[in-house]
Structures are given as C-alpha cells and as structure tokens.
Design a protein around this ligand. Sequence first.
Ligand SMILES: C[S@@+](CC[C@H](N)C(=O)[O-])C[C@H]1O[C@@H](n2cnc3c(N)ncnc32)[C@H](O)[C@@H]1O
Length: 255
Amino acid sequence: MIETIADRYSVERAKWDAHAHTASGPIKPLPPEADFDWHCDRDHLMPGVREFLGDLRGRRVVEYGCGLGSLTVLLARSGAKVSAFDLSESSVEVARERARTMGLGDRVEFTVAPGEDLPYADASFDIAFGKAVLHHLEPVAGARELSRILRPGGRAAFSEPLGTNPLVAFARDHLPYPNKHERGADIPLRREDIAAWTRPFAAAQLRGVQLFSMVERGLGFGRRIEPLRYIDRELLERHPGLWPLCRYGVLTLTR
Ligand SMILES: C[S@@+](CC[C@H](N)C(=O)[O-])C[C@H]1O[C@@H](n2cnc3c(N)ncnc32)[C@H](O)[C@@H]1O
C-alpha cells in the first residue's frame, strides 16, 4: 500500500535498483554522429522536443530520472553541460560508468536525489529534460522544484505516458501484453497531474503522441506500423485537442 512519499520512494528505488542490475549489459558504442538531436529524429515519442529545446551547446541542462544514462550521454554529446539525477543509486552508477566509458565523464555531473527535493541552487539551469519520469513524481512538489531550478525563460520538455484515455488506463491495469513492465508507484499523467505540473509556468503545451499507432505497443507487433504513425501525425497536427486519447504526450514548459 503506497500512502506516503517515503512509501513511493521505497517502491521506486527497489524496482529501479533491481532493473539496473538486470538490464545493464556491456555498454554499446554509439555511431559517431549520435547525439540528442539524432535521437529525437528517431524517437517517435519525442516529436517537437529538439525544436522546442533548441541548440544545446554550452547550455546548462538538467536531466530528470536519467535511469541508465542512455539519453544523458546524448545530451552531453550535443554539447550541453549536463546535471543528471535519479532516485535509484544503482541506475546512477550504471549511468556514470556509461558516461565515463564514452569519454564524457567531465561533461556530466550525476546525483542520486528525488525530483521533489533537489540539491541544485535556484535558477541553475537553462533547460530541463526527462523521458518517462514525471509520472513517477509527486506533481505539486515536483513542479515547485522544477520551476525553482530553471532560470526565468528556461525551457523544459518531457515525454510521458498519459492516463487520460480510460481504455488505455484499463489496458495498462488489466490486460496482458508483451514486454509489459511491472508497475511501481508511477501514475501515467492524468488531467489533474498535468494541471499541477503546468501551474507554476508562464507557458505550457501538451502534444499527444500515439493514437492509433499505440497498437504497436498494445498488440505487441514489435515493429513499426508506418501508416498508423503517419495518420497519427497528420490527425494530431490538425486536431491537437485529441491529445487526451493518446497513449503518450510531450509536455513543454517555459518558466
Ligand atoms: C521509466 S524510467 C526512465 C529512465 C530514463 N529516463 C529512460 O528513459 O531510460 C523512470 C526513472 O525514474 C526514476 N525515478 C522514479 N521516481 C523518481 C523520483 N521521485 N525522483 C527521481 N527519479 C525517480 C527511476 O529510478 C527510473 O530510473
């Protein structure tokens, strides 16, 4: 039973520490051209992120919930000065080793910390980024911290699972499907969570991703279904108000 923030942390730590031990294999080399923009162009769950965040060279970037560090090294390769944190100490160890092995150790500072209580000074960062992490945090405290550590005018982008479509929520909670992860204390973002995350910011936008193409995940085809991705892109571009039906969303915030 998860009642307090301490319960939440202990469930999440146990889950992600165990994951770090089982999922961390040998560190795979990246192609020489691989950086954050390169990744954004290939990750269909991150539309608009590179355009919104802009050129990362020389920027102070904080990465939320860095996990095993696969995106951390890409941020560093794009020329950002990266501070990355995660609640899971074992994940941070793997991420630190990845950055060191790739010769990026001096471009990334790693910290074990919860996103609701961060050891960074006020207005320390130009940019915040996170993939699949906000929905693990308590939104009111998390938003307060995010707004505190971003400088005025600073930007944040997060790609997150949404909990706004009841059918998707039902499938997550009750249906078996391939590669389904065991749930921790995470709650895919509901309307009230999104409201809490956006409240302290001057501007906010949510862009839906994966409407019809969510069957790629749910039915476990394990491959891209390009026509559905195309329909999603076109439909969501023309009718952005359909975002609550989507499986995922990109939340962008300006301080
Ligand atoms: C789904 S994983 C995503 C990891 C990474 N962003 C990626 O895309 O590979 C969620 C991560 O959030 C971390 N996490 C969970 N609760 C957290 C909290 N309160 N503060 C910071 N990190 C947290 C977990 O330890 C885990 O590494």
